[in-house]
Design a protein around this ligand. Structure first.
Ligand code: IFM
Length: 442
């Protein structure tokens, strides 16, 4: 019996990222990415693990495409490695890099799976980092040229485009705390400048998509932020939470949707505000066709009178230590809708890490993941039912992969990857998700 029926055209998807699955780190002309470089640093990743081989998707693409087909996916979100396409960061395009993604897109379309292409999921060419990376305004223009090269090749077939994945995440972890590539610890002023350059790059890339796509594109960005949740659903807590949500996301969402930085935060920053050039805000605030949001758990609970509090240690959590708060799917979509009214919202990542293993029968019975995704989908369904234009869900992730600083020690996949043999074993959650897709609900 299906109690939570989704609309017919709901995009059931799965997401991955180039550096996390591809491997083939120096094949066919690919240059070194910031993650290849960072992972070499002692202590940067668990046990010094690197993305060099990852899931070897580069060589096992056909097998992975068939797994997607058997799952019944309607959309597959993957990212393109900039160092494969323009190894020097700027200048010559590498045809072999483009061909790999052309084969992937063709393979998806043959199987009736819509590609959603993320142009930047954190693997900047190291050569550009050496010229300042995102601190350097020129990187935004280099990103525009790279985007144009990709869209010229694939924009006659692929229509769904995302410029950046989770900018606040890679900016803060990569440039503020230094626990992600490139491992920098920059002062506030530089961080704000990086934000500005990334948003500028986003706007320039949207222009490049629209200018070069032969098939009408749907272009947006994949956002993330700290997301508070009302302690319970009553008007005063919801209102207090909306305010907090706004405060925590406005630094990016106001420029993207309104073409200006939030006034209060700008004032508070004093001398740390970024340098802006004439015309930047117009470029940044190009209309988008959709916004994607990634969410794993609430950052805090808000009580209108008592303020905010984080989940106590006894709260149920995944192996990442993230609290399991399924209602957050609904609240995030609702606040985005109420505050910025994007035409379409996709839930571009949601999932959980657990210490899965193969049992004596050779299966991976990940009941906890089924429960997690099921609860979060019911929350997505509430948003859909209330008329919020939430039009797709992408589970993170298709297969266990390189989880950044955690190396291969966190398994988020609905397919188990044996990192020694590279064998893929669909988990129970894969079978379950296939059934959800078949029924268009749960
Ligand atoms: O693996 C990451 C992904 O690259 C970005 N979003 C969060 C996931 C889980 O940490």
């Amino acid at each position: 019996m299906v109690y939570h029926q989704f609309p017919k055209d709901f995009l059931w998807g799965a997401a991955t990222a180039s550096a996390q699955i591809e491997g083939a780190a120096d094949e066919d002309g690919k240059s070194v990415s910031v993650w290849d470089e960072f992972a070499k640093r002692p202590g940067a990743t668990r046990n010094g693990q690197t993305p060099n081989i990852a899931c070897d998707h580069y060589h096992r693409m056909e097998e992975d495409l068939n797994l997607m087909k058997n799952l019944g996916l309607r959309a597959y979100r993957f990212s393109i490695a900039w160092p494969r396409i323009i190894p020097e960061g700027v200048g010559a395009v590498n045809p072999k890099g483009l061909d790999f993604y052309a084969r992937l897109v063709d393979g998806l379309l043959e199987r009736n799976i819509a590609p959603l292409i993320t142009l930047y999921h954190w693997d900047l060419p190291q050569v550009l980092e050496e010229k300042g990376g995102w601190r350097n305004r020129q990187t935004a223009y280099a990103f525009q040229d790279y985007t144009a090269a990709v869209v010229k090749k694939l924009g006659d077939r692929a229509t769904l485009w995302a410029t950046f994945n989770e900018s606040p995440c890679f900016i803060n972890l990569g440039y503020r705390t230094g626990i992600h590539a490139p491992g920098a610890k920059e002062p506030e002023k530089t961080i704000r400048q990086i934000y500005h350059h990334v948003m500028l790059a986003h706007g320039l890339a949207i222009q490049a998509i629209r200018a070069n796509a032969k098939k009408k594109p749907s272009a947006g960005i994949v956002h993330c932020q700290n997301v508070p949740q009302p302690i319970f659903d009553s008007p005063e807590h919801v209102e207090a939470t909306r305010k907090s949500f706004y405060k925590q996301g406005a630094w990016m969402l106001d420029p993207l949707f309104k073409g200006k930085y939030p006034e209060e935060e700008w004032r508070e920053l004093g001398a740390n505000v970024p340098d802006i050039q004439n015309g930047d805000m117009e470029i940044i605030s190009q209309p988008m066709d959709y916004i994607g949001y990634n969410i794993y758990g609430a950052s805090e609970f808000i009580h209108a009178k008592n303020g905010s509090g984080i989940a106590e240690p006894m709260y149920p959590r995944t192996e990442m230590g993230w609290a399991i708060t399924p209602d957050i799917i609904y609240w995030y979509a609702r606040f985005l809708h109420e505050l910025y009214n994007p035409p379409i919202i996709y839930l571009t990542e949601n999932g959980c890490a657990y210490p899965d293993d193969i049992n004596d029968s050779g299966r991976v019975d990940d009941y906890a993941r089924i429960e997690y995704i099921s609860a979060h989908l019911k929350s997505a369904h509430r948003a859909v039912k209330e008329g919020i234009p939430l039009k797709g869900y992408f589970v993170w992730t298709l297969m266990d992969n390189f989880e950044w600083a955690f190396g291969y020690y966190r398994r988020f996949g609905i397919i188990f990857t044996n990192f020694e043999t590279l064998q893929r074993i669909p988990k129970l959650s894969y079978e379950w998700y296939a059934n959800v897709i078949k029924n268009n609900g749960l």
